[in-house]
Ligand binder design. Structure first.
Ligand SMILES: Nc1ccn([C@H]2C[C@H](O)[C@@H](COP(=O)(O)OP(=O)(O)OP(=O)(O)O)O2)c(=O)n1
Length: 199
């Protein structure tokens, strides 16, 4: 079941879901979702001389990424074809019996701005800001202003609570993330890795 505005409000009031700061609930809580605002930090990807990025190389991933912080009154210009990581301004805490989906807003979609290129699921138990995978599929640069409502979260109730919510597992590498977080896929190896068995 997807939560309605009344369900979301009841959860927030009961302290069973946190979205903070929710400065303007009347504006941000939509009929079945909550609009989240854009933070001021961005991670941009550099053109690189190395032949390719190996996802399991922390050094290659880190060298590829630079941070930009947008000052008050400034915008972040997202150029056609760009892919950058942004962050929600709000921090969320998802309880063990909900999952949240990060969705774009139609008004930005109509300007060809896509808010999550691939991954859009916040696990039961997840706490932290949400990293946004921002891209511009259009032909004109688009100015993104920190504080603008950029994405929306919908919530789906699970039939039963997750037995091992996000954060209880050693692999929960994005728990409590603050600001945009580059891929930490390299730490999958520390946690046992994703290896195919040799025949
Ligand atoms: N656009 C998104 C999607 C997810 N998340 C956060 C909330 C999720 O609960 C957490 C982990 O997401 P995934 O399970 O999709 O990521 P991984 O499988 O790569 O990470 P892990 O191994 O930690 O589960 O990241 C985020 O900040 N921004």
């Amino acid at each position: 079941m997807i939560l309605s505005d009344a369900d979301i409000l009841a959860r927030l009031e009961a302290g069973e879901l946190a979205i903070e700061p929710l400065d303007d609930p009347e504006l941000q809580i939509q009929p079945a979702s909550v609009d989240l605002r854009l933070g001021r930090e961005f991670l941009e990807f550099q053109r690189t001389n190395i032949p390719c990025i190996h996802p399991n190389s922390e050094q290659e991933v880190d060298e590829y990424v630079t941070e930009t912080i947008v000052e008050d009154g400034d915008d972040f210009i997202l150029h056609p074809g760009d892919f950058v990581l942004g962050t929600t301004y709000e921090r969320v805490e998802i309880p063990a019996d909900l999952i949240a989906h990060v969705e774009g807003r139609s008004s930005l979609g109509r300007l060809a701005v896509v808010v999550h290129a691939t991954a859009g699921l916040c696990d039961p138990g997840y706490r932290g800001q949400i990293t946004l995978e921002l891209s511009n599929l259009g032909t004109a640069p688009v100015a993104l202003t920190p504080g603008m409502r950029i994405s929306q979260l919908t919530f789906t109730e699970l039939k039963t609570e997750a037995e091992r919510p996000y954060g209880s597992d050693r692999g929960s590498k994005y728990q409590d993330q603050d600001g945009p977080q580059a891929s930490r896929i390299q730490s999958d190896d520390e946690f046992g890795g994703d290896q195919l068995e040799r025949e």
